[in-house]
Design a protein around this ligand. Structure first.
Ligand code: ADE
Length: 237
């Protein structure tokens, strides 16, 4: 069994999949954290691996950037491979000075102006929600391994580069309560909902639209490790 974008065979993907945007980060997680990882996908270099973490089977696969991309991969994982839980692990730009570089944010909702949910299934509205039970596991895992987490609404945007004549970070923060921006969760949460599955999203702040601070590649790696450890602990709980 395979899909147009994934050559994994039945049984090669775990019930829980961690999804970073970058497939090379999926490779890093597999090689750093998983015992006996085996690669199940290389189509379009969207690498996917399955191994065990503390003895429990877990998979990790890249999602690519943006809602069309995570929309495809997450739908196929849920629908064709029987995946039950997808935990997005990503980066985000801060919309408030209450968030510093490297802080961790757990999405309690994703606000978006995207048409993804409407086009996918006729669902209207700007907000999609993660799984409550998976979020509870994420919060409990963060507490257990002592990683501070802000739980808040995030913005899922279709656009990375904007001109000056459109709403900016202040508008999204003040009018919609979004503390940071990424580009995937609204679609992921929607797919999980229509398919009766679970999704969550944890983010590391990699840049600030308020202060214009940005992380260096080296600093990013160690702070991303915190996020990966929370997600892995939640995946096996
Ligand atoms: N992911 C990380 N930083 C981002 C930003 N500034 N905008 C959108 N997605 C992001």
């Amino acid at each position: 069994m395979s899909t147009p974008h994934n050559t994994a065979q039945n049984g090669e993907i775990a019930k829980t999949v961690l999804m970073p945007g970058d497939p090379l980060r999926a490779k890093y997680i597999a090689e750093t954290y998983l015992e006996n990882p085996t690669q199940f996908n290389t189509v379009r270099n969207m690498f996917g691996y399955t191994g065990t973490y503390k003895g429990v089977e877990v998979s990790v696969m890249g999602s690519g950037m943006g809602m069309p991309s995570i929309g495809i991969y997450s739908y196929e994982l849920y629908k064709s491979y029987g995946v039950e839980n997808i935990i997005r692990i990503g980066s985000a730009g801060a919309y408030t000075d209450k968030l510093n570089l490297y802080d961790l944010v757990l999405a309690d909702s994703a606000w978006s102006e995207s048409t993804f949910a409407f086009v996918q299934s006729g669902v209207e509205g700007n907000v999609q929600l993660p799984s409550e039970s998976l979020n509870e596991k994420m919060e409990a895992a963060a507490k257990r391994i002592n990683k501070p987490l802000m739980t808040a609404r995030i913005h899922s945007s279709d656009v990375f580069y904007h001109e000056d004549n459109v709403p900016n970070h202040n508008d999204f923060y003040n009018e919609h309560g979004c503390v940071c921006v990424e580009m995937e969760s609204y679609a992921l949460f929607h797919n999980a909902k229509v398919l009766g599955k679970h999704a969550a999203c944890i983010l590391t702040i990699s840049d600030s639209l308020v202060t214009h601070a940005v992380t260096t590649a080296e600093e990013r790696q160690s702070s991303f490790n915190n996020m990966m450890e929370v997600a892995l602990e939640a995946a096996i709980s």
